[in-house]
Write a protein that binds this ligand. Sequence first.
Ligand code: SIN
Ligand code: CO
Length: 373
Amino acid sequence: MKKLTLLGGLTPASFLKEYWHKKPLLIRQAIPGFTAPLSRDELFALAQRDDVESRLITHFAGKWKLTAGPLPELPPTTRRNWTTLVQGVNLHDDRADALLGQFRFLPDARLDDLMISYATDGGGVGPHFDSYDVFLLQAHGQRRWSIGRQRDLTLVKGLPLKVLQNFEPEEEYVLEPGDMLYLPPHYAHDGIAVGECMTYSIGFRAPAWQELAESFLQFMSDTVELPGRYADPDLQPAKRPAELPAQMVEQVSRELQRIRFDRDDISLFLGEYLSSPKPQVFFESPARPLSPAKFADAARRRGVRLSPRSRMLYAGSRVFINGESFDTGPEDRAVLRLLADQRMLSGEQAGQASPDVSEALCTWYEDGWLLLA
Ligand code: SIN
Ligand code: CO
């Protein structure tokens, strides 16, 4: 595999083996000459929207304060010690989405989103740890990162945000635009703006077992099939009428233990779960959608691309898009896998799609999941 400047000259394979989920890596000029694709004002405009998740964190007079977005008003940029953080910028901005393309040596199933923070001098979110793998790409100005392995994970009590009580930094780096710091989950860090700065966090979610289990049980509740009904033809007269009959517990337990699931159920669940958009994500249908015939024609000429908001995955014969799953035959599978991997189809590729796939593409276009290129 190719060595990547993005990974400081490492191949994805050696980065994954040595650092991923294990230890931090500082990469100077991971993106040489990088300039922030979004301006400060564009970021502030996103923070004002109610379909965008944002936060304002101030540390005025030594007191932490958190305000959840939308944020119609921010403190003046001349005031020190505040930061605003905008989640999921890749969902709303093609330039931000394109940046994520550089990280696709990691599976899409692990990607969470691109968060962008803006901070005035001294601004930050305090020393903390995340349960995510994160690449912290410096986009504008300078930020001083202090990081440490941190055994003592005690948090300061009574704060609106998670701040470590006894942060013990072991290393310190000042990042310039284009520099990037990779941190594995639970590695403590504190990033303080040196003058005005913007930082891009490319986050990779590691779902908690509990979260997966709860969602899986919900998935199972939609698919479970247990025919029949409780029966007690041998019922004896009740001596203590309020007592739950032992025989009833026994029979229900035997029946419920017939609920089984296998790897295939898990694969279906995971595909649907991980491709589901977050609750605040909405798709925009085209204002005046083309008729299916006109769409097919335009797709053949121009090609199609997935909306930055669409999550598309596949496994075995199944294709998942935005929480829905489709079972596919070998030919349809090939073109849909191509769409998922490339996040686009050329006109030629779209033109080769079967009538079934063309129909699906048109539906996705009407739903705003897919765009004409
Ligand atoms: C930030 O950009 O200020 C916060 C990123 C982080 O520490 O996770
Ligand atoms: Co963090």
